[in-house]
Design a protein around this ligand. Structure first.
Ligand SMILES: [Zn+2]
Ligand SMILES: [Zn+2]
Length: 352
């Protein structure tokens, strides 16, 4: 066991503050990673404030962070994938049973025994797992990911959650060249969706409530931008989309978007509005349209996504902050005052 600096929340109403936590010494299959950057995900805020109490109650003290990029500083004796000095990343998962049908299929996020990067039972040290707002992390090499060396590391960190969350449904629903793809909402998730859809060769249409995001959407790779308050402009696109990625986590009407799908088209939810949707069955019946959800991605697909990002030089647009600004960043995140993701420079933790 060794001690590392970290930022944790002591309760649902406490700000994040400097602390010290224990990490296990690497076992034979583990790698120890010095964390260089950690992205701030909206779910960090939900967990820190215990807003998902009914589904996943937060255990305090809580060290969030599951968009981790760093460098390998120690390896266990049986580690084969990594050596000292390699770049490595960790996303939302740090362990699973490896034997169930979901693990066998490479979709460890659905394993009944999955261990999340933070706020999951820690079978090594007891207590709960601690996330990436810290100096280092120790993880089984099966859950470490290779980072293409051409990528900017601050911008690569959010790929581990925002990236895979948007990449996975596009692959699943076969977004390819010449498909027409909609992205609803241009935030942390949406801006990644636009980059992936564009890189996959699709014709990309962004739906946003903010007319002032138009220029940015085009810069990120959109072919068209529709201001979604304008019903007439939306209606022009009826029955034309192969796939729509809905990234909005605020309450909104989904029926208008379902009407935009062509026959057999799919709309996938990756945002999580608190209130249930009212879905008109006729919208789905006429055209055999599909309404789906998607949850991050398994380890093999997360590696595929990182390799795809390396080949296409894709990273998130980030604002890099020192860890000392994390509470302020949470407030700004809630006001959508960031383009488009915060990435914490973990070197700042050393001076704390
Ligand atoms: Zn996340
Ligand atoms: Zn499993």
């Amino acid at each position: 066991m060794y001690k590392v600096k970290a930022y944790s929340a002591a309760s649902a109403t406490s700000p994040l503050a400097s602390t010290t936590i224990a990490r296990r010494d690497p076992t034979e299959h583990d790698v120890q990673i010095e964390i260089l950057f950690c992205g701030i995900c909206h779910s960090d805020v939900h967990h820190v404030r215990d807003e998902w109490h009914d589904r996943m109650p937060t255990v305090y003290a809580c060290v969030p962070g599951h968009e981790i990029v760093g460098r390998v500083t120690r390896v266990g004796s049986a580690v084969t994938k990594y050596k000292l000095g390699d770049l490595a990343a960790v996303g939302c998962l740090v362990d699973s049973d490896g034997t169930c049908p979901e693990c066998q299929a490479g979709v460890e996020q659905f394993c009944p025994n999955r261990i999340l990067t933070f706020n999951s039972p820690d079978k090594h040290l007891g207590g709960i797992t601690y996330g990436g707002y810290s100096d280092s992390v120790v993880v089984d090499e099966r859950f470490a990911l290779r980072v293409p060396s051409n990528l900017d590391l601050a911008g690569a960190a959010p790929l581990l959650c925002a990236g895979i969350t948007t990449y996975s449904p596009m692959r699943r629903w076969r977004v390819t060249k010449d498909k027409k793809v909609g992205v609803v909402g241009l935030g942390g998730l949406g801006h990644m969706g636009v980059k992936f859809a564009h890189a996959l060769g699709a014709h990309v249409v962004v739906f946003t409530t903010s007319p002032n995001k138009k220029e940015d959407a085009l810069r990120l790779g959109a072919n068209e931008v529709v201001v979604s308050r304008n019903a007439g402009e939306i209606h022009k696109h009826a029955c034309t989309f192969d796939f729509i990625l809905d990234t909005v986590s605020a309450d909104h009407d989904i029926n208008g978007y379902i009407q935009l799908l062509r026959r057999d088209g799919n709309i996938t939810l990756v945002g999580a509005p608190a209130k249930p949707f009212a879905v008109a069955a006729f919208g789905l019946l006429f055209g055999c349209r599909n309404l789906s959800g998607s949850l991050i991605g398994g380890i093999p697909e997360t590696q595929e996504m990182l390799d795809f990002c390396g080949a296409h030089n894709i990273t998130a647009d980030v604002e890099v902050i020192p860890i000392q600004k994390v509470n302020e960043a949470y407030e700004r995140l809630l006001k959508a005052d960031v383009k488009y993701r915060f990435s914490i420079d973990m070197a700042s933790l050393k001076s704390d």
